[in-house]
Design a binder for this molecule. Structure first.
Ligand SMILES: CC(=O)N[C@H]1[C@@H](OP(=O)(O)OP(=O)(O)OC[C@H]2O[C@@H](n3ccc(=O)[nH]c3=O)[C@H](O)[C@@H]2O)O[C@H](CO)[C@@H](O)[C@@H]1O
Length: 357
């Protein structure tokens, strides 16, 4: 029988790795040999290198910045180097298909794939395609989208709306274990604060300035991002973690309310688990505004409350949380009606159909 060989890519932030994490167990079940091309230092390396039977290949990669920087001059050379490295990896591994979850590391990989005539499937989880995916689109055979709204931004012939992929282990959390892990055992509701996979400085500051007031009502699990733990704060009922991985399902099971950035993966996870959420999307100054669109779409469906980052102050945070508390039964009722099927099987089918026979 012919060997089934796939290369996965995607990284930069955890949001660009999650779909890959969800499909890896299924690819293994189906007998695929899996290689992963990622950056040297991105979070994808940490997340993927701990998985058995997946070979991680670090390559050189560059990023296009929205501001003037000497790096913008150096980065095209890094991308060219990354293409060369990709060509060598693809020459050795000879995959029948490539699956990309986006992020800048995926650009040299997809160019390499085109040069080696390997068909590629790419995935976009935000409403509007990110720059890396836009650059990669001409090299892809199929483009998968989480939001139906994304279809208008994609070339018709390649586009497939599949819905959200949510890691199955997130449904298997144990509330008691989550409380024990965070050392929280009172009867107050649990508020989980997540500033996306990298944390969010502005959210961290607003929460910390009100931590005494907030802990009167809630016990707080604050996922604050790498190097963002403030060890000077020692208040019962307020627990900080940089990033959690295998404990996340238990922590989510223990969570009653969420305050979060509006990264696409996170918000669909909260929706699937029916967690009332206050979303504070990354502002247009700091991004292309994709999270604002994600958050507004969720608010329009009645799944979330939105607080714009420009309006975020310690006071508006408290007021919005009071409002979230009031609206929680309605938000939950709307989320219960959400019929979105997990799209993991669809991704698997498209990968199998696209692979070179
Ligand atoms: C600053 C930035 O570029 N943000 C983008 C990035 O966000 P980001 O990387 O934050 O992506 P998402 O919010 O989509 O996903 C974060 C993922 O990390 C997981 N998680 C988070 C914290 C933690 O401690 N443990 C953990 O496992 C969440 O469960 C989720 O699955 O990719 C998203 C998806 O393309 C985009 O919508 C965001 O705009």
């Amino acid at each position: 029988m012919k060997r089934k060989q796939i290369v996965l890519t995607g990284g930069g932030t955890a949001g660009h790795v999650m779909v890959n994490l969800a499909i890896i167990p299924l690819l293994k079940e189906q007998g695929w040999t899996i290689d992963y091309i990622g950056s040297k230092q991105g979070i994808e390396r940490e997340l993927i290198e701990q998985i058995d039977e997946v070979t991680y290949h670090p390559i050189s990669t560059g990023k296009l910045r929205r501001y003037m920087s000497i790096e913008n001059v150096k980065d095209p050379f890094k991308v060219i180097k990354g293409i060369g490295q990709t060509l060598r990896i693809l020459g050795k591994t000879k995959p029948q298909v490539i699956f990309s979850k986006g992020g800048f590391v995926s650009v040299p990989v997809l160019i390499g794939a085109r040069l080696r005539h390997v068909p590629a499937v790419i995935h976009e989880s935000d409403i509007t395609p990110g720059l890396a995916n836009k650059l990669a689109m001409p090299f892809a055979k199929k483009i998968l989208a989480t939001f139906p709204e994304t279809m208008e931004y994609l070339p018709d012939k390649k586009a497939n709306w599949i819905g959200a992929v949510v890691r199955p282990e997130l449904f298997e959390g144990d509330k008691r274990k989550g409380l024990l892990f965070a050392d929280l055992l009172t009867t107050k509701p649990v508020l989980m604060i997540m500033g996306g996979s990298a944390g969010a400085q502005k959210i961290n500051e607003a929460v910390r300035s009100q931590v005494r007031a907030l802990t009167k009502t809630y016990q707080i699990i604050h996922l604050c991002g790498k190097n963002n733990v403030d060890s000077s704060i020692n208040i019962p009922g307020y627990k900080q973690f940089e990033y959690i991985n295998e404990e996340l399902p238990d922590v989510l099971a223990a969570t009653d309310f969420v305050v979060s950035r509006a990264g696409a993966n996170s918000i669909f996870e909260f929706l699937a688990l029916q967690k009332p959420m206050l979303l504070i999307p990354l502002s247009r100054q700091a991004s292309r505004g994709d999270q604002i669109l994600n958050a507004n779409a969720f608010e329009a469906q009645g799944y979330a409350k939105v607080l714009e980052e420009e309006k975020l102050t310690p006071n508006t945070l408290i007021e919005s949380l009071e409002e979230l508390n009031k609206q929680a039964p309605l938000l939950k009722a709307n989320m219960e009606k959400y019929q979105g099927q997990d799209a993991t099987e669809k991704v698997m089918k498209i990968i199998n159909d696209t692979a070179k026979k």
